[in-house]
Design a protein around this ligand. Structure first.
Ligand code: FMN
Length: 384
């Protein structure tokens, strides 16, 4: 489950008056500036082109904002990317498929940021061998050599890197424009990743129902829900301490937590306020989708998962350029028993041939642009 400040505040509208009265204290429940400072881009004191590129790469989208990246700069001109195995999601992502997609988003943004500085990113995937299908290990996901190249072309999508947001607002009741659908399709060309989109009313209605059913299945599975609750950070102090996970800002959640009404233990109880808000929020996400897009691979190996991440990053940047709100809904894609019925319905609805894997499912539409999500300080990603 992923929550938003506005979701909470909308449901608990009466809290607005109290929040206004407490305006002076809003530093307690607002997003702390330090947690989102990375979205200003690299600071002038960073001279090493690898580090400047990394300052963008850590802004890549990644599941539950766990930021499971660990970087080794010990070889000159080279960046070795490893999975930070202390940051996995074993309940909802038991094979680390989504964690690997998050390695791909990182590598794509890294390459774009290198190109913007005049460097070609020569990327060698799994240079010491590919991970097994069911585990990630200590070997590098990639070694990236930055090679000075005056001919390297700056990718126009890179301009969107600091503006990209995962959007968990309810979307407007406006259908996706055909031009925007076509524009998104243009972002995923070539390579091994196939793009699909549904924007016609009957297809969207069916996918909304599947998205809702998958959300219900996830939130009603306590061990899956707990994994989200464990990374939910409420209020400025908690967000500032962790700078990862799912941020909840706004007065009411902060107040609920401060007086002990909202606790990790209570949020998992189906009759609690936190649970009910979460349930309704996910259903609203699905119900307000104007369209859905998905990324598919033939097979599901580690290289393909990384490739999906690269394509997904490009797709999200293209959505940002077009002004299309973009929000992945991964519940139906996950590999645990409780969501399998929704997954079967999804594969049938999308007419996915046997052997292919839907790697990402995204709702699309139009909505207010949300605040950026936190990132840990750059130096915490660097191995000693
Ligand atoms: C593989 C993958 C799966 C994701 N699944 C979901 C999801 O099911 N629900 C959701 O709200 N966000 C999902 N996200 C988006 C992340 O939560 C988001 O990227 C992260 O919180 C950082 O926020 P940002 O994208 O705005 O920088 C997913 C991202 C990735 C890469």
């Amino acid at each position: 489950m992923e929550a938003t400040r506005r979701g909470f505040v909308r449901v608990l509208g009466s809290g607005a008056a109290i929040a206004a009265a407490g305006g002076l204290l809003s530093g307690c429940w607002d997003m702390p500036d330090s947690a989102v400072e990375g979205w200003e881009g690299p600071t002038a004191d960073l001279r090493d082109p690898r580090v400047r590129a990394l300052a963008f790469a850590i802004l890549a989208p990644n599941s539950h904002n766990k930021q499971a990246w660990s970087v080794d700069l010990s070889r000159a001109d080279e960046i070795a990317l490893h999975v930070d195995r202390t940051r996995l999601l074993p309940e909802t992502d038991p094979f680390s498929r989504q964690i690997m997609i998050g390695q791909g988003t990182f590598l794509e943004l890294l390459a774009m940021a290198a190109a913007a500085q005049g460097y070609r990113a020569e990327t060698s995937l799994f240079p010491d061998g590919v991970f097994a299908a069911d585990a990630v290990d200590a070997r590098p996901v990639a070694r990236v050599r930055l090679v000075r190249d005056d001919g390297v072309v700056r990718d126009p999508l890179f301009e969107q890197a600091l503006r990209r947001r995962t959007n968990r607002e309810p979307f407007e009741a406006t259908p996706l424009s055909p031009e925007h659908g076509a524009g998104l399709a243009r972002a995923v060309t070539g390579g091994s990743v196939r793009f699909g989109i549904a924007s016609g009313a009957p297809d969207v209605a069916r996918l909304r129902r599947i998205g809702e059913a998958a959300w219900d299945a996830e939130i009603m599975t306590p061990r899956a829900l707990k994994e989200s609750i464990d990374v939910t950070r409420i209020g400025a102090a908690e967000i500032g301490r962790h700078r990862d996970g799912i941020s909840v800002t706004g007065f009411m959640p902060w107040f609920g937590k401060a007086v002990g009404l909202v606790t990790p233990a209570s949020m998992i109880e189906p009759d609690s306020m936190g649970f009910r808000i979460g349930l309704e929020m996910g259903r609203t996400h699905a119900r307000t989708a104007a369209a859905f897009a998905w990324l598919v691979t033939l097979g599901n190996d580690r290289v393909q998962q990384v490739e999906v991440g690269r394509a997904y990053l490009r797709l999200h940047l293209q959505a940002t350029a077009l002004g299309v709100a973009f929000h992945p809904m991964s519940q139906a894609l996950q590999e645990y028993a409780e969501v399998q019925a929704a997954q079967r319905d999804l594969y049938q609805a999308l007419r996915i041939p046997a052997g292919e894997t839907v790697q990402m499912l995204v709702r699309l539409g139009y909505a207010e642009v949300p605040d950026p999500s936190p990132r840990r300080p750059l130096q915490t990603f660097l191995r000693a």
